[in-house]
Design a protein around this ligand. Structure first.
Ligand code: ADP
Ligand code: MG
Length: 269
């Protein structure tokens, strides 16, 4: 019998929101760690020149010799760019500031929007047997984010629980629609996850209400609380699941992973 909880080939999820500081990188790292904890094989692709996902997963700058830049611009082989992390089942393609010039360097390349798509679908990828690939996008709807959306099966949108949170969403949805109409007709929205939620704050509650009213089922049941352990973990170069496994933040990301795995089953059924 096929195990429907196991994806056929990696499920590729772009974690995107053009706003900075909304929890993209935090969600990428900790959702990846939570899936890995469930024995899923996970690859994080750091697509932000700031390289925060790489730092947060313990890949120091000196270790970032072959990166997403080499993968996209120089056609580097997968075994050159994929690195293990200290977490079991969790690998990464790191990023450096080099990636910030990729936009301009790739302008004349007619396949420029498909570079990540093609790189992740090489035959050599099969040997890694990843179940999930999570792409940490930069805070912009630029060519890198478009590459992520073209490569992905779905987009997961972290939404910070603060005023104006929903405002930027229409632009993001427009970009998703454009990608669907051109390069990736089956691109889905994995879900919108509320991040940095403060239960004592009326504003957080209001943002949640607005999000659920406007987006309905697209909003994950799981809410990520504002939790100081979550923000401390990256300075120890580890996910909160390792740094403080029983923290509220770790529990929330485990619950989010369960929802993502359930989404998968629903779609396979
Ligand atoms: P983005 O990748 O969208 O720019 P980050 O994931 O880097 O956003 O998060 C921005 C800041 O907020 C970081 O300093 C991070 O540690 C902090 N942060 C994110 N999620 C939480 C949370 N649930 N609780 C506390 N701090 C958080
Ligand atoms: Mg980030």
């Amino acid at each position: 019998m096929t195990d429907l909880s196991r994806p056929v080939g990696p499920r590729i999820i772009a974690v995107a929101n053009q706003k900075g500081g909304v929890g993209k990188t935090t969600t990428t790292i900790n959702l990846a760690a939570a899936l890995a904890e469930q024995d899923r094989r996970v690859l994080v692709v750091d697509l932000d020149p700031q390289g925060n996902a790489s730092t947060g997963l313990g890949i120091e700058t000196a270790q970032r010799i072959a990166t997403t830049y080499e993968l996209l611009v120089d056609d580097a082989a997968l075994d050159e760019v994929i690195q293990d992390t200290s977490i079991e089942n969790l690998a990464i393609i790191p990023a450096t500031v080099d990636l910030s010039s990729a936009d301009i360097e790739l302008i004349a390349n007619e396949k420029r929007s498909f570079l990540l798509h093609d790189a992740l679908r090489q035959v050599a990828m099969d040997a890694y047997a990843f179940d999930y690939i999570l792409i940490d996008c930069p805070p912009s709807l630029n060519l890198l984010t478009v590459n992520a959306m073209v490569a992905a099966h779905s987009v997961l949108v972290p939404l910070q629980s603060e005023f104006f949170a929903l405002e930027g969403l229409s632009q993001l949805m427009l970009t998703i629609r454009e990608v669907r109409q051109t390069a990736n007709p089956t691109l889905r929205i994995e879900g919108v996850v509320l991040t940095m939620f403060d239960r004592r704050n009326n504003l957080s509650q209001q943002v949640e209400q607005d999000a659920r009213d406007n987006l309905g089922d697209l909003v994950f049941a799981t809410i990520i609380p504002r939790n100081v352990r979550v923000s401390e973990a990256p300075s120890f170069a580890m996910p909160v699941l390792s740094y403080d496994p029983t923290s509220q933040g770790a529990k929330a990301y485990r619950a989010l992973a369960q929802e993502v795995m359930r989404n998968q089953k629903k779609q396979a059924a």
